[in-house]
Design a protein around this ligand. Structure first.
Ligand SMILES: C[S@@+](CC[C@H](N)C(=O)[O-])C[C@H]1O[C@@H](n2cnc3c(N)ncnc32)[C@H](O)[C@@H]1O
Ligand SMILES: Nc1nc2[nH]cc(C(=O)O)c2c(=O)[nH]1
Ligand code: SF4
Ligand SMILES: [Mg+2]
Length: 209
């Protein structure tokens, strides 16, 4: 048991909820084939989180980085998305290094509430009210993707947009369970504020993972 924890602490093994080859459904890389690795464990606690089964790491198996990378390579996907749960809870230096050795593009989905380790081709930063992001997330983000769950969230989204780099792409994504209500408001907002783009969870329309 202790041995496993030591391996997790050094990033040699990680708790995995699921892994699947699909189409990136959100944000800038929407539409691209990508192999998803969903790490287990999250301490952020978003009330509308669409993958609450990921929160408790103890409910999921721990795999060695070698096993994880072997499965990823076997799919032939050129792109790998590391998500969760909150992937930044773990040291991802070894995992990203090994994936890059295989010439794979490595992308991350994070709330920015934990330090970001590893080397990344694309970081999608999605800040949350439920746990404050670290300053480093604003500097490292290639994409800021704010979930809009109610009308007041536009102001909140702007407060984050002020803090990211000038090259960071800005996306507003409707909270899925309220999408019908929120989408018209987001459309109006983007027409008024065209520095933002809309991100829909297109995989949910396509009925794919
Ligand atoms: C499940 S999270 C995992 C990665 C990381 N914990 C995070 O929140 O960025 C993956 C993406 O789904 C978004 N998301 C989660 N629940 C959602 C929902 N109900 N509606 C829209 N987007 C959601 C998150 O904001 C994040 O961009
Ligand atoms: N197809 C697909 N695209 C995604 N983009 C971000 C996701 C995530 O849960 O991190 C996700 C996901 O769960 N499925
Ligand atoms: S940070 Fe991500 S995984 Fe964690 S609760 Fe929020 S949406 Fe879910
Ligand atoms: Mg998802």
């Amino acid at each position: 048991m202790e041995e496993i924890q030591k391996k997790i602490d050094s990033g040699l093994a990680l708790p995995i909820m699921e892994h699947f080859y699909t189409i990136q459904g959100e944000g800038r890389n929407n539409g691209e084939a990508a192999y998803f690795i969903r790490l287990a464990g999250c301490d952020v606690g978003c009330v509308w989180c669409d993958v609450k089964e990921s929160w408790d790491a103890d409910q999921h198996p721990v795999l060695s980085v070698e096993e994880i990378v072997e499965d990823a390579v076997a799919t032939n996907s050129p792109n790998i998305v590391i998500t969760g749960g909150e992937p930044a809870m773990y040291d991802l230096s070894v995992l990203t290094e090994k994936l890059k050795q295989e010439n794979l593009k490595v992308w991350m989905e994070t709330s920015g509430a934990h330090p970001i380790t590893g080397s990344w081709d694309w970081i999608c930063f999605s800040p949350k009210k439920f746990k404050k992001p670290l300053d480093e997330a604003y500097d490292k983000a290639h994409e800021l993707k704010v979930v809009i769950a109610n009308r007041n969230d536009f102001k909140w989204a702007e407060s984050h947009a002020k803090k990211v780099g000038s090259d960071c792409e800005l996306y507003l994504q409707p909270e899925w369970s309220r999408e019908e209500k929120l989408l018209p408001k987001i459309i109006d907002y983007v027409k008024e504020n065209p520095k933002w783009k809309i991100s829909l969870q297109t995989h949910k329309y396509m009925n794919i993972p």
